[in-house]
Structure formats: structure tokens, C-alpha cells
Design a protein around this ligand. Structure first.
Ligand SMILES: CC(C)(COP(=O)(O)OP(=O)(O)OC[C@H]1O[C@@H](n2cnc3c(N)ncnc32)[C@H](O)[C@@H]1OP(=O)(O)O)[C@@H](O)C(=O)NCCC(=O)NCCS
Length: 381
């Protein structure tokens, strides 16, 4: 096991990625193209590491991890309680070398790096039905099932969506967005303390605020002291620059059907046909994060922001708009998505790394009940 070296390992790592993506024959599977940068899914985090497992000249497995400071769930209502938390992703072992303890060893080595760097918790996300991964982390590594947020996916149609004339959408500067997020969202679970780094990242397309059409924008201070009766906020992250996805294994009939809806939607956009994008060729997506809002019309405001985000994604030639929200999130009803593309329960498992840390005001976060909202960091999608 050693640290990933882009010059030596890139091609061999990509080869392992490719063979790990092959789904069961006859079924649909999603192929991820990391666009020549296997470390892309962690490189925007403040601190990250990628390890490879090697036997002779052959790379047989890899794992990525990152560490950042985030709000943990035991924060009191008004003040965030931050903890240094590590995240594991992209664990892969080549099919010919599975059940030999390589996955377990990779996790242990990554956790050692987490501990050396002062992380208090480690968590990971997986599909609920990925038995190998769930068992590896829960049975062998001491993780417990923690949260089950929903991944909501909406296709980008060939036509633009019409935005509600009753809602005004304001494009915030990163510093205005930071002020609002810190004042209103800092106690939300998983809120990153370096939110400014996220908002100023080149992959951040922007933060948008929806207010009633009659409201006037007089800056963040005024907004925070005297907000309109209803409002909503959302930020967009350009995941398309990092990696692309492709659906493989679809039958010819399905592909033709999808193509037909698209052709009609392109030719007759005024029909507003909810057409199927070409997911059978590599496509990118935008990720919506930091979704929040207040007031009786907040759900409608979120819907307007999502429609706006759809049109931004269409202009930039994306195949989908994606977000991830808590299962209890009341604003999720304003987020348009297709059930067939979405995942109602993404399983997040957690482990406390530093048993010897004092509990202080934090307590053991792993035992705390889920909150209404969760802040999903776009750097880890
Ligand atoms: C998940 C994965 C990394 C496991 O790697 P691995 O090297 O085979 O795992 P290990 O040999 O270290 O297994 C450790 C333990 O995990 C569990 N486990 C691993 N594979 C399993 C399987 N197919 N079914 C049930 N349990 C399994 C077992 O408890 C196992 O211990 P045991 O062999 O003593 O019973 C590998 O199957 C893989 O690459 N899968 C595809 C990619 C993926 O799903 N990654 C996880 C995303 S977070």
C-alpha cells in the first residue's frame, strides 16, 4: 500500500476503475469517466489522500479520503460545534483480488492517516444494497449506519423551463452567499467551516436567492435583519468539469425510445415534452447544494430556483441536475426529480475515530438522531 503517484499509476488506476464498473450482465450500469484525473473527487477538499494497493507491478485496489472541519449534529441551536471529520470514497478492489483482505487493509491504512491528522470521525456513503461495502464497513471496521439522505436527479430537457413571474432570482456574490450561509446554516449537520473555499472555488457556478417579485434587494445585512416573508437559496456546482457518467447496458428499444422523445422535444420545444437526455453517451451534471429557505412559500421558491438551475444546466450542455438532501427535508417537495433516476436512501455510515477525545460539549455524534436538514458538500460528490 502506498500513496498514489499520478505519473506512475494513472493509467493502471483507470484500468481498475473500468473493470470495477462492470455491472451484472444484462443490467444497466453507470460508467464513470474521471477524465484522466483519478484524484479529482477529493482534490478540492482542504486535505486529501489517495492510496493504491499493489502486488508486483499490478495495481489491485485504491481508496480516496479527505478531511475537513464541519458542523456535527450535537451543535446547539444557535452556535455550531465543529469537528474534524474524514470522508472515505472511491474504494475499489479489482474483481480478481476480492475477498483477500485488500479492501480492509486499504480502509485501515486510510484511517491511520485520518488519525495522524486529528480527525475525530470518519464516514462513508454507499448504496444500501451494496452488501460487500456495507458489510466491510459495519462488520469489520466498526462503522454504524448513520444517515440516509436522498439523491434526487432531474434530467435536463431540450426545452427551457418557464420561470414563475412571481419570483425574483438574485445572483449573490460569493461573499454575500457566505454571509447568509454562515448566519443561517452554520448549525446544519455537515456544514463545512470553510464554506468560503467552496463558494470561491472555480467549480462553483453561483449562489442564487429567490424572493417574492415585490421584494427589493438592499444587501445582505438588510436581508438578514428583515427577510421577506418567504425566500429560498441554492448554489450550483459544476461537477461536469470533474467527471462524466454514462449509462451502459440499455437495450436498443430503450435507447431508441429515449432518442425519440429528445428529437421531438428539440423540434417542438413549445410542447414542453419531458424528454430523456442521451444518457447512453458520456454526460456531465450540475450539483445543487446549500438548499434552504423559510416561509410559507419557501417550497415554491425552491421550485423556481431548481427550474432556474435546470436552464443554467441546459445552457452548459449538462445531462442532469442532481442534489442530495436529508430524508426529512421539508423543502424536498420543491425539488423536481425523476424517481427512476433518483436514489431515495443513500446510506451514510460513521465511526468515531478518537475514543480518547474528551466529549466536551459535542458528545458522541455517531449516536445523535438525524436532523431535519443536512449540508452536502459538493466537493465530495
Ligand atoms: C467492497 C470491496 C472494496 C471489498 O473489497 P475486498 O478486498 O473484496 O474486501 P475484503 O477482502 O477486505 O473483505 C473484508 C470483509 O468485507 C466483507 N465483504 C467483502 N466482500 C463481500 C461480499 N461480496 N459479500 C459479503 N461480504 C463481503 C466481509 O465481511 C469481508 O470479510 P471476510 O472475507 O472475512 O468475510 C470490493 O467488493 C469492491 O471493489 N466492490 C466494488 C466497488 C465498491 O462497491 N466499492 C465500495 C464503495 S464505498
Amino acid at each position: 500500500m502506498r500513496e498514489y503517484d499520478p505519473n506512475r499509476d494513472r493509467e493502471r488506476v483507470e484500468e481498475v476503475e473500468r473493470i470495477c464498473e462492470v455491472g451484472p450482465s444484462g443490467k444497466l450500469c453507470i460508467f464513470t469517466d474521471l477524465l484522466g484525473d483519478p484524484i479529482c473527487r477529493v482534490r478540492h477538499s482542504p486535505s486529501f489522500l489517495m492510496l493504491v494497493a499493489e502486488i508486483g507491478d499490478e495495481i489491485v485496489g485504491m481508496i480516496r479520503g479527505c478531511i475537513k472541519t464541519i458542523t456535527c449534529g450535537n451543535s446547539n441551536r444557535h452556535l455550531p460545534v465543529y469537528a474534524k471529520v474524514a470522508y472515505i470514497l472511491g474504494l475499489r478492489v479489482s474483481p480478481s483480488h476480492r475477498r483477500m483482505g485488500i479492501g480492509l487493509k486499504l480502509v485501515h491504512r486510510m484511517e491511520a492517516w485520518f488519525r495522524d491528522n486529528g480527525a475525530e470521525y470518519s464516514y462513508m456513503a454507499t448504496e444500501n444494497d451494496n452488501l460487500a461495502s456495507v458489510k466491510l464497513f459495519t462488520d469489520k471496521c466498526g462503522y454504524t449506519k448513520f444517515r440516509t439522505p436522498s439523491i434526487l436527479v432531474n434530467p435536463v430537457f431540450a426545452h427551457r423551463l418557464t420561470l414563475s413571474p412571481k419570483v425574483k432570482i438574485i445572483h449573490l456574490t460569493p461573499s454575500q452567499a457566505e454571509t447568509i450561509y454562515r448566519r443561517r446554516f452554520a448549525t446544519t449537520e455537515f456544514f463545512p467551516r470553510d464554506i468560503d473555499a467552496v463558494l470561491n472555488n472555480k467549480l462553483s457556478i453561483g449562489t442564487f436567492l429567490a424572493v417574492p417579485d415585490s421584494a427589493t434587494w438592499q444587501g445582505t445585512d438588510h436581508f438578514l435583519s428583515d427577510p421577506p416573508k418567504s425566500w429560498a437559496i441554492l448554489s450550483i456546482w459544476n461537477s461536469k468539469e470533474l467527471f462524466t457518467l454514462q449509462v451502459r447496458g440499455a437495450s436498443r428499444v430503450k435507447r431508441t425510445l429515449a432518442k425519440t422523445t429528445r428529437v421531438v422535444d428539440k423540434a417542438l420545444p413549445f410542447l414542453r415534452l419531458p424528454s430523456f437526455p442521451d444518457f447512453f453517451r458520456p454526460f456531465g451534471f450540475h450539483f445543487m447544494y446549500g438548499i434552504g429557505g423559510e416561509g410559507p412559500e419557501a417550497v415554491k421558491m425552491v421550485k423556481s430556483l431548481c427550474d432556474f438551475a435546470h436552464n443554467v444546466a441546459k445552457e452548459r450542455d449538462c445531462g442532469a441536475v442532481v442534489t442530495e438532501v436529508s430524508g426529512q427535508e421539508p423543502l424536498r417537495f420543491g425539488i423536481p426529480h425523476w424517481k427512476m433516476l433518483s436514489c431515495p436512501e443513500d446510506l451514510w455510515c460513521i465511526k468515531r475515530l478518537g475514543e480518547d477525545y474528551s466529549d466536551g460539549s459535542v458528545g458522541d455524534w455517531t449516536k445523535s438522531p438525524p436532523r431535519i436538514s443536512i449540508f452536502v458538500d459538493p466537493r465530495e460528490v
